[in-house]
Ligand binder design. Sequence first.
Ligand code: IPE
Ligand code: IPE
Ligand code: MG
Length: 246
Amino acid sequence: MIDLIQKEKLPRHIAIIMDGNGRWAKERNQNRLFGHQQGVLSVQEVVEGCAEVGIEYLTLYAFSTENWKRPQAEVNGLMELLVSTLQSEIEKLHENNIRLDVIGDIESLPAICIKQLDAAKELTKNNTGLTLVLALSYSAKWEIINAIKEIARDTKEGKIKEEDINDDLINQHLSTSHIPNPEFMIRTSGEHRISNFLLYQLAYAELYFTNTHWPDFRKENLFEAILNYQNRERRFGQISEQLKPA
Ligand code: IPE
Ligand code: IPE
Ligand code: MG
């Protein structure tokens, strides 16, 4: 299937809401953490798949601020899984020229996670292949509120004028300021919602929903999604005829 993908029509940035670990485990009479553990295999597949195809940025929604409200044992399990996965995978990511980045309220994570993430970012910072962005303790509303506060402060202090506030400036104040907006967003496991993910950045993204649970998501599913994206017409408010050169 990878052969069908047109290199000149790739999204630069794919964002994924990795959903359905719990339901996947439940269907197998296993606990939710088992589902999360199996989900790590899908992360490996998708990272590899993106690197193979030549995607520049992959953002994975791994933990939302709302997820802190889950039972403590599940939250702890997820944090431990994050630490153990970073530990076991970081060398491989580095060897594959992948750069790790993180967005979200990182300070709210356990100290050991922060330490691991900092070390992983430092190790991979000069890599030039795929940038893998982990959204951790991430909330798009939180990010937008922060941006508004910073812009309000800069306006008050006279650093910027009200008329300077535009799309570019807002983008500069988001945690993704150094990353292009995702052209393509995938959500697994059948829910049709954004769940507080990249609200501003997804304004014109193509959305793709699949019933496949995250632990079942493989490279082929990714390639199928990319092919679906390539068959879409992105009009940005214009009409079809305006897009095609005469
Ligand atoms: C996604 O799977 C992983 C995280 C949110 C951390 P879920 O845990 O949300 O799985 P479901 O939606 O309950 O099946
Ligand atoms: C969104 O999934 C967050 C992540 C994938 C990390 P959830 O499973 O938490 O979303 P809701 O609560 O069903 O909207
Ligand atoms: Mg879910």
